[in-house]
Design a protein around this ligand. Structure first.
Ligand code: ZN
Length: 282
């Protein structure tokens, strides 16, 4: 099963509409079936709004993911801050239950002067704490936690690191942000083989469940320290990439099950529709 859709409000949506309640119909009109709600700057929706949106998304057959707050950092050495990060995840999950959303994307952590290895091992132990806490909360619905591959060198989240996080529990699946992967490595995603290599890394850690993922896709400008800024498909004259066309072929060949979310810089809906088209033609 594969679904395509935008993250947040794109320029074309905001030219015509103001309210998130209008988003499900907008997506339906564009023949899209996925959407990512952004709680990146805080969990701002009340319960009633979540319930209403949940009903509207379900009626329009939209598969919903949520992006958790940016403040989350499971590599933070301060235990109080870890409790806060756990709190952000739990509160996001509670809203997701009302939204009938199934995937929670989060940034695993920043290095904060630690080595990559130290930061990664802190994240692994703190994710175990998170899972315990989730079990205690009895949340009682089906969801996936989706740690994201990151684009800046100061952040944890290479494909290998994220795969290791996912190996902790079946409820954790990767968010492959291919723009980030490409930026982190200075432009290494070009051919189908480059994309296949990403899934091979997942296979090494996750075995048969390598083909269930969440995907973020946009072209991204990068520099010496990785990601600089997101671009639209029609505004990449220096060819930072990556290109979706070879990935479309790989997703089809490997029978990958995913929600593919466009995080373009304003053209999310247009670019999501373009990716769906490329996938259908691959
Ligand atoms: Zn993100």
């Amino acid at each position: 099963m594969i679904n395509f859709g935008p993250a947040g409000f794109c320029e074309q949506f905001t030219e015509n509409f103001k309210k998130s309640e209008q988003m499900p119909m907008w997506l339906k009109e564009h023949s899209l079936s996925a959407y990512e709600i952004s709680f990146t700057n805080g969990i701002t929706y009340g319960d009633e709004k979540c319930k209403l949106l949940g009903r509207l998304f379900a009626e329009n057959n939209i598969s919903v993911s949520v992006h958790a707050p940016y403040y989350i950092n499971f590599a933070n050495p301060n235990p109080e801050m870890i409790q806060k990060s756990i709190g952000y995840i739990i509160n996001s999950l509670k809203k997701m239950k009302l939204l009938e959303a199934t995937r929670l994307v989060f940034h695993p952590g920043a290095l904060m002067k630690q080595s990559r290895e130290q930061a990664q091992s802190a994240i692994i132990s703190n994710l175990k704490l998170l899972l315990q806490k989730i079990d205690e909360e009895n949340l009682n619905f089906n969801f996936y936690l989706c740690p994201e591959t990151m684009g800046k060198h100061g952040q944890c989240g290479t494909v290998e690191e994220v795969a290791q996080m996912c190996s902790l529990d079946n409820r954790i699946i990767p968010t492959l942000d291919f723009g980030h992967i490409n930026s982190f490595n200075g432009g290494t995603l070009k051919s189908e083989a480059d994309y296949v290599a990403v899934f091979d890394t997942l296979k090494k850690y996750l075995g048969d469940r390598y083909n269930l993922v969440h995907i973020h896709f946009s072209k991204i400008e990068y520099g010496a320290k990785g990601e600089i800024r997101h671009l639209n498909f029609d505004s990449d004259p220096l060819n930072y990439g990556p290109d979706f066309a070879p990935l479309a072929k790989v997703l089809k060949k490997l029978n990958i099950s995913a929600n593919v979310i466009s995080e373009s810089n304003g053209h999310q809906t247009i670019d999501a529709a373009a990716m769906q088209q490329m996938y259908n033609n691959a």
